[in-house]
Design a protein around this ligand. Structure first.
Ligand code: 13P
Length: 255
């Protein structure tokens, strides 16, 4: 049985002081016995503060990126050791904004996935097609390419710790969501790819999230789908009110 995961990717938003305000309000609003796992992904500068606040309340913490080297002359980069010191248990890898704006390629994404897993941090590997690929019906090809390269060199045991996030680029920050049925079809395709690349048991165990304009109104329909194990929320995770609505909805439909 896969445990639901509701992740809030704050992107480049919130100072430590704003993080403090968010968490305190969120804790007032979220069901105290929430059944889904809740994960916050603040910017690096808020991780330390968030880690201290979240440690005691059963909410997971993750980073939005990492660097694959353990340390050294890599100006501006952050290692897994640094993330672990802030109590991070997850890290996003290969988010489409990093792939497109910062030109992250498949080799770099793969190195980051491997480094995260080796350190005991669970990578959330982001995959998804562009609008053009979507219109040209090339989504499947793009996603399989990203999975093949992103997970290259991972054995069964390491792959079991990975979370996959399917985020179609045309749905990110646009208000346009893939229909629950379309998201289910693509995520089912990802699960089948995993069954062939690894085996059925691994494919059944790996959690696969949907991301792209998730909001309190569309969460239930997405989570009703058999292969969608959670949501990766951008804009709607910035408000404690809307993110708590999403987390509470996921908690209810998980029971
Ligand atoms: P939005 O929810 O703002 O569309 O962002 C999705 C996303 O990129 C989460 O990682």
């Amino acid at each position: 049985m896969r445990n639901r995961l509701v992740a809030g990717n704050w992107k480049m938003n919130k100072t430590p002081a704003q993080t403090d305000v968010f968490i305190n309000r969120f804790l007032e609003l979220v069901d105290s016995n929430h059944a889904a796992e809740i994960l916050l992904l603040p910017p690096f500068t808020s991780l330390d503060w968030a880690g201290k606040l979240l440690a005691a309340v059963g909410i997971s913490l993750g980073a939005q990126d990492l660097y694959f080297e353990p340390g050294g002359p890599f100006t501006g980069e952050i290692s897994t050791e640094m993330l672990l010191a802030c109590h991070c248990s997850y890290v996003l890898v290969g988010h489409s904004e990093r792939r497109t704006i910062l030109n992250e390629n498949e080799t770099l994404v793969n190195r980051k996935v491997l480094a995260a897993t080796a350190s005991g941090i669970r990578p959330i590997l982001c995959v998804g097609e562009t609008l053009t690929e979507h219109q040209q019906r090339k989504a499947r090809e793009r996603i399989c390419f990203q999975l093949e390269h992103g997970l290259a060199g991972m054995d069964q045991q390491d792959a079991a710790s990975v979370v996959i996030a399917y985020e179609p680029l045309w749905a990110i920050g646009t208000g346009e969501t893939a229909s629950a049925q379309a998201a289910q079809e693509t995520i089912n395709m990802i699960r089948k790819w995993l069954a062939v690349a690894y085996d059925d048991s691994l494919s059944r165990r790996i959690r696969i999230l949907y991301g792209g304009s998730v909001n309190p109104e569309n969460t239930a329909a997405l989570l009703d789908q058999p292969d969608i194990d959670g949501v990766l929320v951008g804009g709607a995770s910035l408000s404690p009110e809307t993110f708590a609505q999403i987390a509470n909805c996921a908690g209810q439909s998980a029971t």
